[in-house]
Design a protein around this ligand. Structure first.
Ligand SMILES: Nc1nc2c(c(=O)[nH]1)N[C@H]1C(S)=C(S)[C@@H](COP(=O)(O)O)O[C@H]1N2
Ligand SMILES: [Mo]
Length: 410
């Protein structure tokens, strides 16, 4: 038996007057802006963590990474409600029949659908793993950063193709009125021979009806902007101190020992015993020259203060007043030359962030400290006791805690 013809809906089955390119294009414009901000700030964050040799990133302002990564997570979060509304507004197009009779038309339809399928699936994937990351949830086994970076190019590439293809529709939809004017006669659809000239159902005039009945498109757009605003305000407090009180869903909104949130606790990193060991020694190494310093030795060295943020890639950040020994002064103890990079290793036995490479420009920066204190007290065990690395304008993942060894890179 043949399936009844109405088994699948047709685009015409969806009769909401709220759908239309006027809505899709306006929401799409803001979604595009969010994707662009997330892409640019994402590239910056990626290069911060994987600095190519030809690139020198600035060390000032010290909060540049904090602002840029805050924007990255805020724009990505704002994109979620925008993407949902945009997908809803074009949903009926999913049920458009492909024209199997005309090879050229079929080719064009498949190319269009393929590129949109790529855009939608990569965008949903990208926002989903990004959102999971902001909540410190990694329910997958692939490397987050390299995957998020690779998919970003797919999203931005297919987005540019999409915008180029839709530009004529976008332009007329955005410059025209949002809500249809009331028209006495239902508009007759026009058909032409060429595929390109056939208006897509939602690109034709919307079904006429009194615009005052129910929610207007303008109302739908207002609700969309409001929802996006609420989503941003309820999460951005993780990085914007002024919003901490209203950000009920903010992850680690400013709480933590010594007024700074923590990412990984000493317990989780399994370093508590080693870090509290009275025989703890920090090992310095420059080629054959080695030196071992106790916490007492470190406190005897000249101390300096620096106000620097911890800015986690996951989107939270907080500023702290750090006190400790300038990294440059520490390395001078083993006669390290001026232009060397440093490898800093943690007491932690395993984990992605136990080792970091500090390029020489950061080693020599007077604000880069081997920190012993935070906000007027000795470092708490969770912030990296007995000592940690803190450098200006770097992602949190590179601010290694519970240091065991500082080694000049050969
Ligand atoms: N050894 C070690 N250092 C580490 C980490 C870690 O897991 N192990 N996490 C890093 C991350 S992701 C961040 S955001 C900062 C957070 O520092 P805090 O916990 O003192 O706020 O520490 C960094 N230093
Ligand atoms: Mo982090």
């Amino acid at each position: 038996m043949r399936a009844p013809a109405h088994a699948l809906p047709r685009p015409e089955s969806f009769t909401s007057r709220l759908r239309g390119p006027e809505v899709t294009a306006r929401v799409g414009l803001w979604l595009g802006i969010c994707f662009l901000i997330a892409f640019v700030t994402g590239l910056y964050s990626h290069f911060q963590q994987d600095m190519p040799g030809w690139l020198t990133l600035p060390r000032r302002p010290v909060s540049l990474y904090r602002v840029s990564q805050g924007l990255h997570v805020i724009s990505g979060t704002a994109a979620v409600p925008l993407l949902l509304v945009k997908l809803w507004s074009v949903f009926p197009k999913l049920f458009e029949r492909v024209d199997l009779g005309n090879a050229r038309r079929l080719g064009l339809q498949l190319a269009e659908r393929g590129s949109i399928a790529l855009l939608i699936s990569s965008a949903i994937f990208q926002l989903s793993i990004g959102l999971a990351n902001t909540t410190h949830w990694y329910p997958w086994s692939f490397s987050f950063r390299s995957t998020h970076y690779a998919v970003a190019w797919v999203v931005i590439g297919s987005l540019l193709v999409h915008i180029a293809v839709k530009l004529p529709i976008i332009r007329s939809a955005i410059t025209g009125p949002v809500d249809p004017r009331p028209s006495p006669e239902p508009a007759e659809p026009e058909y032409a021979d060429e595929y390109a000239a056939v208006p897509m159902p939602s690109e034709t005039a919307p079904p006429a009806g009194p615009p005052t009945a129910g929610l207007s498109r303008r109302g739908l757009l207002r609700a969309t902007w409001l929802a996006t605003g609420v989503v941003v305000l309820s999460t951005a407090g993780a990085t914007v101190p002024l919003l901490r009180k209203v950000s009920v869903f903010g992850v680690r909104s400013g709480d933590g020992p010594q007024g700074v949130p923590i990412n990984k606790s000493a317990l989780a990193a399994r370093v508590t015993e080693l870090a509290r060991d009275p025989n703890y020694r920090l090992e310095l190494k420059n080629g054959d020259r080695t030196m071992k310093l106790s916490l007492d030795d470190l406190t005897q060295l000249p101390q300096n203060t620096a106000t620097l943020p911890i800015a986690c890639v996951e989107g939270w950040s907080a500023s702290g007043e750090w006190r400790g020994v300038r990294m440059r002064d520490v390395l001078s103890l083993v006669d390290a030359p001026d232009d060397v990079d440093l490898i800093a290793t943690s007491l932690q036995k395993s984990g992605a962030f136990r080792v970091t490479r500090l390029p020489s420009q950061f080693v020599n920066d007077p604000l880069t400290l081997l920190a012993l204190e935070l906000n007027g007290e000795p470092l708490s065990i969770d912030h990296g006791f007995p000592c940690r690395l803190i450098a200006p304008n770097r992602p949190g993942v590179l601010q290694t805690k519970w240091l065991a060894k500082l080694e000049v890179q050969a």
